[in-house]
Design a protein around this ligand. Structure first.
Ligand code: NAD
Length: 499
């Protein structure tokens, strides 16, 4: 049977992983394991070492040695590019295996995981080019006796902390760019989704990345993650996760003033004008909240729709959501899979209960779906939501959409900006003036016109306001992992200070 059209089988036994330091896989041994159960099937699928802060120290020391001796940071960019291109090829070859473990640990549909791994290979290809394109600046305008050069240098050892919603995609929106800049890495994946971060270690080793340049320490956020943000020998931490933990990272980083990249939460508006292609917009809005079970930092979780079409449009979105195929993540037909963690499942159900209590009108969904095993929630839509309700203000991180009508463009912009977050936003309209005005006035790091959740290796990712600091991906994402040095070069003899 064609593997890509059949529902894949569960593993017979959970797969045990070691962690990865200085080119070596280290078994858990006396550290013990975390066991991960598939959220879609409720069976154990992987076992990860419970690493300690001593393991982190060992990994940081390896990354430091690798950085300082220049085995990666000082080789010609073209050689770094060769490794990244080989990694892309290996990723494509191993895509099926990586997608399988991603799906088992995360609960996302296998078809989506496959597409994400393909996208990740593209990130490596783009970053290979970016490694070679990275350059500084020259100042030939300083007079006869002086020439100025600005160089970009890799920032050093980077700690990479990632969340569970897109374990591999978020990793690959960072790793190739960090490597392109010439840095070395210690990665700490979420304790519930570490498998594919470790599989990437195998891919990079096979691609020829020197030992010590990519290390993975598995472990809890409160121990290994916290120690990483405090570590005196890490030059920069790229953290992707909740705003609450991001705030802790800021405090912890003060010890050695390490640079922080922060990609945090969102409460992203979808603004729909009456003149939009409403069929197209309804499909986009359903996708924007249903994709990855709404467990996306950029999910469009607030539907801000022109009042004259609000009720009809709400019904169109509800009809779309009712048709989406929710179910077994290993079934290639599935569009929405399981909720990744039990805690997140409870959080989402808690917000649904709160929406009802606060007087929002439940249009569709609103409950768990019972497939006999695993945790699933029906895509949910609330009408009559006001700006003070929790479901309008707080990041739910689940398939729950809050509908808020508007009368004027000014009002739509005000509602869109009425949030502490500023990660992403979409506008749906066929009027170019409205599209441009809204895109300029909404405070968000990513903006989509007549589409949503579009991405790729070229355009940067990042948030305004409390959604984060810095940018990942694109050439900006490589530059983020460099620092600039100014070099003044005297031509001829300098003007003496002492006569
Ligand atoms: P989380 O903040 O709980 O955990 C993220 C990572 O931080 C995990 O690896 C975790 O182990 C680690 N961690 C936990 N405590 C830590 C500490 N004290 N110090 C250092 N690291 C620590 O987030 P999550 O629940 O895994 O992911 C969901 C959140 O991530 C949502 O808020 C979502 O919006 C956000 N997110 C943002 C983006 C983005 O690009 N802006 C992308 C994905 C997810």
């Amino acid at each position: 049977m064609d593997q890509r059209t059949a529902t894949l089988a569960l593993p017979a036994t959970p797969r045990s992983f070691g962690f990865f330091v200085d080119g070596q896989t280290i078994e858990a041994g006396p550290r013990g394991h975390f066991e991960r159960r598939s959220p879609g099937h409720d069976v154990p699928v992987t076992r990860m070492p419970k690493c300690t802060t001593a393991d982190l120290d060992m990994a940081v020391a390896a990354a430091r040695r690798a950085f300082e001796d220049g085995r990666w940071s000082r080789i010609p960019a073209v050689e770094r590019a060769d490794v990244l291109l080989r990694a892309a090829q290996i990723l494509r070859r191993r895509a099926e295996e990586i997608a399988y473990w991603e799906t088992l640990e995360n609960g996302k549909p296998i078809s989506q995981a496959r597409a994400e791994v393909g996208g990740c290979a593209g990130m490596f290809e783009y970053a290979a080019g970016a490694a070679r394109a990275l350059h500084g600046d020259a100042f030939n305008n300083l007079g006869e006796g002086m020439f100025g050069v600005v160089t970009r240098e890799p920032i050093g050892v980077v700690g990479l902390i990632t969340p569970w919603n897109f374990p591999f995609l978020i990793l690959c929106e960072r790793v190739p760019y960090i490597l392109a800049a010439g840095c070395t890495i210690v990665a700490k994946p979420s304790e519930v989704t570490s498998a594919t971060t470790l599989l990437l270690a195998e891919v990079l080793a096979e691609a020829g990345l020197p030992a010590g340049c990519y290390n993975v320490v598995t472990g809890s956020g409160s121990t290994v993650g916290q120690a990483m943000t405090e570590h005196a020998d890490i030059d920069m931490v790229s953290f992707t996760g909740s705003t609450a933990v991001g705030r802790r990272c800021v405090a912890a980083a003060a010890g050695n003033f390490k640079k922080l990249g922060l990609e945090l939460g969102g409460k992203n508006p979808q603004i729909v004008f009456a003149d939009a292609d409403l069929e197209d917009a309804a499909d986009g809005v359903a996708f924007g909240i249903g994709f990855n079970t709404g467990q996306c930092c950029v999910s469009g979780s607030r539907l801000i729709v022109e009042r004259s079409v609000a009720r009809d449009f709400e019904a169109m979105v509800a009809a779309k959501l009712a048709k989406v195929k929710v179910g077994d993540p290993l079934d290639p037909e599935t569009q929405i899979g399981a909720i990744t963690t039990t805690a997140q499942n409870d959080t989402i159900l808690g917000y649904i209960a709160k929406g009802k209590q606060e007087g929002a009108r439940l249009v569709c969904g609103g409950d768990r779906l019972d497939f006999g095993r695993g945790q699933y929630i029906a895509p949910t839509l609330f009408g009559d939501v006001t700006g003070t309700m929790a479901i309008a203000r707080e990041e739910i991180f689940g398939p729950v959409l809050a509908v808020m009508p508007f009368d004027t463009m000014e009002e739509a912009i005000a509602i869109a900006n009425d949030t502490v977050y500023g990660l992403a936003a979409s506008v749906w309209t066929k009027n170019i003036d409205k599209a441009l005005t809204v895109s300029r006035r909404v405070r968000a790091g990513r903006f989509w016109v007549n589409t949503t959740l579009a991405g790729g290796p070229e355009l940067p990712i990042g948030g305004f306001k409390q959604s984060g600091w810095g940018r990942e991906a694109g050439i900006y994402g490589v530059e983020e992992y460099t620092q600039v040095k100014s070099v003044h070069i005297e031509i001829g003899k300098r003007q003496p200070w002492v006569g």
